[in-house]
Design a protein around this ligand. Structure first.
Ligand SMILES: Nc1ncnc2c1ncn2[C@@H]1O[C@H](COP(=O)(O)OP(=O)(O)OP(=O)(O)O)[C@@H](O)[C@H]1O
Length: 842
């Protein structure tokens, strides 16, 4: 039996209605799971209902709800919202409730916000600090208050009273007692103790001496205090206010030097539109809270005791267990032990308002708070990291997920700041540099720093250098993918005063995201995808799922085989999917789009690309060939489509790309879906009138792909993206030279697919890649067996397809002009250096 259509795209209990439509009359998604089931006519089986339950419970993590509710049975995604025992009509609405945007669920810590309310902007800026966004669609946003979100709120300077007061102000009803109690219980202990690195020693610091006494009496923490050091020392808290973040109008001297920091937010940009002005106004409330706290700090005393660096993780873990999580702060302006780094943003660099908001959360009290900043793909996380480095002005270590990201980070540092190029070193499998000055920047891959096996001499030299230094700031790129164990190793080996995690999707399929709260710090800021796209900072995207029916031959084999890899290969190689891909490429190339086609499966990647006469890049593509292809894609009007394996999921900055087509992907990975979308969010043409980028997911109908596709979309649906379903591409049947239009061609393709060994269905494994949650054997030359000769014999006929399969566009592109783009020039220089090094060894 074909697998039944899973009736969900739900995340946090929401679902997306899918409506079949023609390409010219797309219908957007609604919100009710029931509607969806009716429309597509799929009935959820018992197992599916179980799966759905798991999915829902996994996505809706709220310690508040767990505490107050014993979950209850969940029949489908929506019914739990309307259970009889949850009649909320007894809550009295305030007389002016129309002007207040928040609906508070008294039992679950859930908050529903109306985006059309007059005070929406202010409420949003407040809520993002105290609650986890669950979904942010056009008219309604959903948040949940959790222990973690309250910890984050306290760490950016909010007090229990601030939170309660603001919630009460924005709520349509009186603040429920249960919720108030939850906030009070959780925030009372938060933010009481800080981990501070002062004069190269770690201190546990608090303004409340009694809290420190309690910690010292604890059987785990007590013995960690450094023997011989003063038990608890007391000093006047340092003056914190007055910090200027580079890249802002304030920094450029647009305002008077003695202007209050709060005021700079008001007229931050001469050309600010109303929205941004409102944002600034809304932010003002928050900033005032922070300043209030700062003023107190100036007069208060702080108490501290010293602990050795080697015991920090132990103390942090224990403090978490005791309900007193440590906030990490670095008083970099009073650090006269570590050398200053000569770095500033170039005068032309102007950070955007949301980048400034994020950095204000990090540096709000004049120290560097450790934590995580969440911005959509393409919204400029790199510049946020660079600005943080320019603010701290001490040695910086940046950790990236791949060698390509390292190259890109270095190029961005040189583009945005005045750093001396000699002060930036890189540490990857290809480059092992150190900087010579006392202070500098090193950009590494996670795998180089955490490598457990014996290192080559040059690698060991750099690692010793990293371990011998004390770093002012550690920037962790794509922080959500770093396994906790790997991250522990990083923090053990590298002594750093503050940590900044950057990510677009604070989600993991294994539910370990909460580890980051303890390993790095709380989430400091999270931007709204739809808002940034409405403001033109990222592109508007039309998302569509294209349903491709399986051909009879392919579906018969699909049903017959039990092997998951073979099934997956059959659904990826479905000739109707290939035809849809061919049609969409043609359609978009004719519109003037630049198209990226993604396939995780290398066999499919090559087959598609070779048959369509397009260039392709995957893990084994040599650097010089990658450069040539990317360069041509950017500059050559004849190269408008390239095929990429998952190597292109992240980091690639190709602002020319305006259309994505996904033919094979990594199971139900919501992260991959979002990151792929990110490749077109930075489209250069995004501010052209009426411009839309396009994201198509090609899905073989009635196969597992449909289930995974729904799961993959959940995160983007929650960010407000609507996926349309296209069941028929108008005009495809009349398309000239449509591939696989004869039974013979389709049978030949099937024979080829069936002759592939099992690993041909695997997704690609890339050396040093942190993204493969379920990795298979590396594919490439050995994995996918090319069987062109055999194919001809088996089919017993002359095979045009065979001839086309071997026409490699990659080879044709050889030697077409020199690279213009700085990043690509850098890649090329690196490749040439490597070649020269290899020659000198011969
Ligand atoms: N304040 C700014 N002014 C002008 N350009 C900016 C600004 N911030 C970012 N950009 C540009 O936006 C593009 C995207 O930035 P970046 O690569 O840092 O995005 P990202 O958030 O790291 O994306 P991803 O998660 O996909 O890697 C880059 O070309 C960058 O130069």
């Amino acid at each position: 039996m074909p697998p039944k259509r899973k009736a969900t795209t739900a995340a946090g209990g929401r679902a997306a209605k899918r409506v079949a439509s023609g390409v010219n009359t797309p219908v957007s998604m609604g919100s009710s799971e029931d509607d969806y089931t009716d429309t597509v006519g799929a009935e959820a089986s018992e197992t599916e209902a179980e799966d759905l339950k798991k999915l829902i419970s996994k996505f809706s993590a709220s310690s508040y709800r767990q505490k107050n509710h014993s979950a209850g049975n969940v029949g489908d995604a929506a019914s739990r919202l309307f259970k009889r025992d949850r009649d909320l009509s007894s809550l009295t609405l305030k007389p002016d409730h129309v002007n207040r945007p928040l609906w508070l669920d008294p039992d679950r810590g859930r908050i529903v916000m109306e985006t059309f309310s007059p005070s929406f902007k202010q409420a949003q800026n407040f809520l993002i600090n105290v609650a986890e966004p669950q979904s942010r669609t056009t008219n309604v946003h959903e948040y949940t208050i959790t222990g973690h979100s309250l910890f984050a709120a306290v760490s950016v300077g909010l007090t229990t009273n601030d939170i309660i007061r603001q919630l009460e102000a924005f709520s349509k009803t009186k603040l429920p007692e249960g919720l108030k109690e939850f906030i009070v219980t959780n925030t009372q202990s938060f933010g009481k103790v800080r981990l501070v690195l002062k004069h190269n020693s770690f201190y546990i610091e608090s303004q409340d001496a009694a809290v420190l006494q309690t910690l010292l009496r604890d059987e785990v923490i007590g013995p960690c205090r450094i023997e011989g050091a003063e038990e608890i020392s007391t000093e006047k808290a340092s003056k914190m206010a007055g910090l200027v973040i580079p890249g802002t109008k304030m920094a450029a001297g647009a305002r008077q030097a003695n202007e209050k920091p709060v005021e700079r937010l008001r007229d931050k940009d001469d050309d600010d539109d109303d929205d941004e002005f409102n944002d600034a106004e809304a932010e003002k409330d928050m900033t005032e809270f922070l300043r209030d706290e700062d003023d107190d700090d100036e007069t208060d005393q702080v108490h501290s005791f010293q602990v050795p660096g080697s015991h920090i993780q132990k103390v942090q873990e224990r403090c978490n267990q005791l309900g007193l999580p440590l906030t990490e702060e670095y008083d970099f302006r009073n650090d006269d032990v570590n050398a200053n780094l000569v770095i500033d943003l170039k005068p032309t660099a102007q950070i955007r308002y949301y980048q400034e908001h994020a950095l204000n959360k990090m540096f709000g009290n004049g120290r560097a708070r450790s934590g995580i900043i969440v911005l959509p793909c393409g919204a400029g996380k790199t510049l946020v990291g660079i600005t943080a480095a320019c603010t701290v002005k001490k040695s910086v270590i940046v950790l990236c997920t791949s060698g390509m990201s390292v190259v890109q980070w270095r190029a961005e540092f040189l583009k945005w700041s005045n750093i001396n190029p000699d002060d930036i070193a890189t540490f990857t499998s290809d480059h092992k540099d150190k900087f010579n000055d006392k202070a500098g920047i090193i950009i590494c891959t996670y795998s180089m720093v955490t490598q457990a096996s014996r290192r080559a001499h040059d690698s060991q030299v750099v690692m010793d250098f990293i371990m011998s230094k004390e770093w002012g700031l550690m920037i962790l790129d794509e922080v959500h993918v770093v396994p906790a164990e790997m991250f522990r190793k990083v923090t053990e080996k590298v002594a750093t005063h503050s940590k900044l995690g950057l990510t677009a999707t604070l989600l993991r399929e294994d539910d370990k995201i909460k580890d980051l709260n303890f390993l790095i710090g709380p989430k400091l800021y999270e931007a709204n995808w739809l808002q940034l796209s409405e403001e033109g900072h990222i592109a508007r995207v039309q998302c569509a799922e294209v349903w491709c029916p399986m051909t009879t031959e392919f579906y018969t084999e699909y049903l017959r085989t039990k092997n998951t890899n073979k099934r997956s290969l059959l659904s990826t190689m479905n000739p109707r999917k290939y035809q849809a891909c061919q049609f969409l490429i043609d359609f978009h190339e004719r519109r003037g789009d630049k198209v990226i086609v993604f396939s995780d499966n290398v066999y499919a990647l090559k087959k598609y690309a070779l048959k369509l006469g397009k260039a392709f890049i995957y893990g084994d593509t040599p650097p010089h060939e990658r450069i040539r292809i990317l360069e041509n894609f950017q500059l050559n009007p004849d190269v408008n489509t390239i095929f990429l394996s998952k190597i292109g999921d992240t980091s690639l900055d190709l602002p020319e790309a305006t259309c994505l087509i996904q033919v094979s992907s990594h199971y139900g990975s919501r992260r991959q879906e979002a990151q792929r979308l990110g490749r077109i969010l930075r489209a250069k043409r995004r501010n052209d009138e009426g411009f839309n980028a396009f994201f198509y997911s090609l899905v073989s109908k009635d196969t597992n792909e449909m289930f995974y596709s729904s799961k993959r979309q959940a995160f983007l649906v929650d960010q407000g993206y609507a996926f349309k379903v296209i069941t028929h591409l108008n005009g495809i049947d009349q398309m000239p030279k449509l591939a696989f239009s004869t039974g013979l061609e389709r049978r030949e393709l099937l024979t080829d697919v069936m002759l592939q060994n099992e690993t041909a269905g695997d997704v690609e494994k890339i050396e040093g890649d942190l993204f493969g949650e379920r990795q298979g054997r590396p594919s490439g030359k050995k994995g996918a067996r090319r069987t062109a000769g055999t194919l001809s014999e088996l089919s017993g006929g002359q095979d045009m397809a065979y001839v086309e399969y071997n026409k490699s566009r990659n080879k044709e592109l050889k030697g077409k002009g020199g690279p213009q783009n700085a990043f690509i020039r850098k890649l090329k220089r690196d490749a040439e250096k490597r070649k020269a090094a290899a020659r000198s060894l011969q």
